[in-house]
Write a protein that binds this ligand. Sequence first.
Ligand code: M6R
Length: 362
Amino acid sequence: EKGGYEHYMRKEIHEQPEALRQTITGRLDVDAGDVDLDVSFPPGFLADVEEIRVVACGTSYYAGRYAAQLFEELAGVRATVEIASEYEFGAGRTPDRTLVVAVTQSGETADTLGAVRRANEAGARTFAVTNTLGSTVTREVDGTAFIRAGPEIGVAATKTFASQVATLAMLAVSIGRDRGALAAADARAVLEDLQGLPGAVQQVLDKESRVREAAQTYQDSEAFFFVGRALGVPVALEGALKLKEISYDHAEGFAAGELKHGPLALVTPETPVLAVLTEGSRANETMNNVTEAQTRGAPALGCVSADAEYDTLDVDFPVPDVGIVEPLVANVYLQLFAYHVANEKGRPIDKPRNLAKSVTVE
Ligand code: M6R
């Protein structure tokens, strides 16, 4: 049941603090700087991994892009992310030292299952991050971590994205600690930020009316651009996907630095720019790119760290201080923005045209 909400999507956006609590509960030993993801690996399974390759589709692919940066930064392992339908193991690689991580909410996405099978055939170690107990992917991999977000009914993935990123962050810490690449004190700081995540998301949800107002102001725009850098890039891409799939408006996300390499030609007063301006997203440099768009008349909306101030923004959405998961918190503003634009337009938010919750064909 929708529990008083008009759409599952809005309900699920609001369930994020609780979903995230479930994701992290019992898994963090903050004092020791350790994580227990409850995965029964053979001993040493993670310790000698040389490369991590994340495979996923859609929103899960963006969670994977967030994670790949965390794997490099926290676990000290080379990490790439590939769209599952494009994934090939590739000649000249070393499968026995490669961990392929499939990120899939449903555990049933055909493209992702296909990638896992190709990785298994090549002899790689495989791992799944999923929301669904007993799903097909769990039977095909060497190990699974559950994101514990609870059932998601809306076609648009919301709370599962948050719980995927939180789970992958824990996995990054866990690998980093196993490999001796991450000091206890540094791990502790990340785990404290993860612990702060449910509360930080709640603070964003409490500002929903501000997002609704912005959605009402800008809903009739020609197109919407989403930008960020570093961890802000996957969030920008996800923000654009969410808006396009439920509002049917044209939206595009890209690395902020790319704006001047082409998309700037499309920027007008009719194309708002939404920017991730938090920790982990190289906010000052991103703001320089936003200013270039403003110079061409574009309205600018930004998700901004609590301790930063960008006076020239048309709308600013404050993001509480939670370190490397700040871009993930910023994403909640983008979810709300997409929801309210679509709602103003009377779209069938939980079942957008042409889309299915689980895509079981390749
Ligand atoms: O179940 P999965 O995570 O494997 O699904 C992958 C994509 O189909 C999915 O994330 C899709 O992009 C979202 N529902 C969009 O909101």
